[in-house]
Design a protein around this ligand. Structure first.
Ligand code: HEC
Length: 131
């Protein structure tokens, strides 16, 4: 119940944002990932979690296989399960050891978008086979 209420809120925010056409996360999952999720990962995480830059904690976020395999502590995302997705726990900044990004907490809209993505089953159309 709580999750679906949150999804409705997000959908409302996305359509009110008015930047171009609204993207429906549920009906266009690949487009949702490309336009709303990938840019957050690129801007906020790739610096330390991509093959072009660094692989901190052995975690790559520049491929689907990357977060599926996860880092030192296993898979970073459990599709549909916020509580058991280390990536979500990390961006909520619950404790200073695992807080991601380490220095500055993401804006609430970006946290909500990443939570929505996980709740939707973490659709990720990227096809590279690099872990
Ligand atoms: C400035 C560098 C830096 C940035 C930016 C960064 N991380 Fe990290 N991340 C680390 C380091 C270092 C570790 C390993 C040590 C630790 O857990 O603190 C790590 C570990 C993690 C882990 C745990 C991996 C494991 O299995 O132990 C997750 C999940 C994670 N990061 C997610 C993210 C996400 C999501 C973002 C972007 C929103 C992000 N990080 C941005 C440096 C960074």
């Amino acid at each position: 119940m709580k999750s679906s209420i949150m999804l409705l809120l997000i959908l409302g925010m996305l359509s009110r944002a008015g930047a171009g056409e609204a993207v429906s996360p549920a009906y266009e999952p690949a487009k949702f990932f490309r336009t709303q999720i990938q840019p957050i990962l690129e801007r906020r995480c790739y610096e330390c979690h991509s093959h072009q830059h660094e692989l901190e904690g052995e975690l790559a976020l520049d491929s689907k296989l990357g977060w599926e395999t996860g880092g030192e502590n296993g898979p970073a995302v459990k599709p549909g399960d916020l509580k058991n997705s280390p990536l979500i726990q990390a961006i909520r900044h619950l404790d200073s050891d695992s807080a991601m990004p380490p220095k500055k907490k993401l804006p609430p809209i970006e946290i909500a978008l990443l939570e929505t993505w996980v709740l939707l089953g973490a659709p990720d159309p990227r096809t590279t086979s690099k872990p």
